[in-house]
Design a protein around this ligand. Sequence first.
Ligand code: ZN
Length: 254
Amino acid sequence: MRRAFLLPALVAMVLTVPAIAPAQLFGIGKKPSAQSQIKLGRQAAQDLRKQGHVLPDNDPRVRTLRRVAQRLLSTIEADEPWEYSFDMIDSKEVNAFALPGGAVFFYTGLYDRLKTEDELAGVLAHELTHVRREHWARRSAEQQKRNGLLMIGMIALGANNNVAQGVGLVNSMYTMQFSRGDENDADVRGFDMMTKAGYNPEGMADVFRMLGSLGGKQPEFLSDHPSDKNRVNRIEDLAKKSGKSYPPLTPIRN
Ligand SMILES: [Zn+2]
């Protein structure tokens, strides 16, 4: 889904990764450290921005995206190392994703289909949870354990250890499918984050419904479980069980 668009960036990153991914940072099968996640994500984000499809800072959609994101981030109390950034890519693709370490990319193809700031907050809170809970890093460690033999093969064929590990890690940032458990975690904690920030959780359920009705390829938000109506039901259950009344939905004005 993301591969065609990202291929030039991916090639560029494969070439640049060894400089930022020394082997000692990533022992095979070990979860990459927070600093490693931030470095990898930052490099990938810079390469994505260089492709020239990112909207300028003064675009009203970018401003709305960052304003809603800041409101969500203001609910985080603990000290966290993540380096957040929020960019909007001008593309018809219906997508949004977070790179490890905190760089979030939102596509106009998804943004333009959203009706309320609560929907936007729902997607962002879900993606921010993937970052904060280090879902990519955990899956990456598991994947590397499984792919250990493949890497040893690459090294035998002449790729050095850093390159082999770097290629595997970078590719996995775009091709990894989160587990159902990770998706549940992102929904439930995303729900907490958005409601703490004063958004109406119905926005998250609305996005699931809207995306479910599109058919075809699905964005990260739905991952590999596009028809799972349980996700809508769970959000609505959480809202009911909280016993709280939520503010009205806020329409997006631009
Ligand atoms: Zn997700």
